[in-house]
Ligand binder design. Structure first.
Ligand SMILES: [Fe+2]
Ligand SMILES: [Fe+2]
Length: 135
């Protein structure tokens, strides 16, 4: 069983967004396996960097969609994205200067935010965009 499992519940019914979410799940699963396998720190950090970079790219994709279609929840959603990006960058710094370690606790944290992100706020965009012909 994968560390973070994709199910239909995670879908928001917008192909581009669902593809990116699946990609994020895959990167997190890769990070988890690498920790389990005891891969060296450099490798773990580079997967984490990839996860963060792809997250930032993904947030930009969602925000572009929101602006394009005048989604009323844009401000709240953007606020959540910015907060998460801030936490991620802080984490990256702490790991690099040794004041945090890439633990299972941290992996659980990433698991939960990705789940919350796809099952929470992101779910609002599906019906709204679908009504406007975006799938
Ligand atoms: Fe998302
Ligand atoms: Fe989002």
């Amino acid at each position: 069983m994968a560390f973070i499992e994709w199910t239909d519940k995670n879908k928001v019914n917008i192909e581009e967004v669902d593809d990116q979410h699946r990609q994020l799940f895959a990167i997190l699963n890769r990070l988890h396996s690498s920790v389990v396998e005891g891969k060296e720190q450099g490798e773990l950090f580079s997967i984490l960097d990839e996860l963060i970079e792809y997250t930032v790219y993904h947030f930009q994709t969602e925000e572009k969609l929101y602006i394009e279609h005048a989604f009323p929840g844009y401000e709240d959603h953007k606020f959540e994205h910015d907060k998460l990006t801030g936490t991620a960058v802080e984490l990256q710094t702490k790991l690099r200067n040794g004041s945090a370690t890439l633990s299972f606790e941290l992996l659980d944290f990433l698991h939960d935010w990705l789940m919350d992100h796809t099952l929470g706020l992101d779910q609002e965009m599906g019906p709204f965009m679908n009504e406007r012909g975006v799938f």
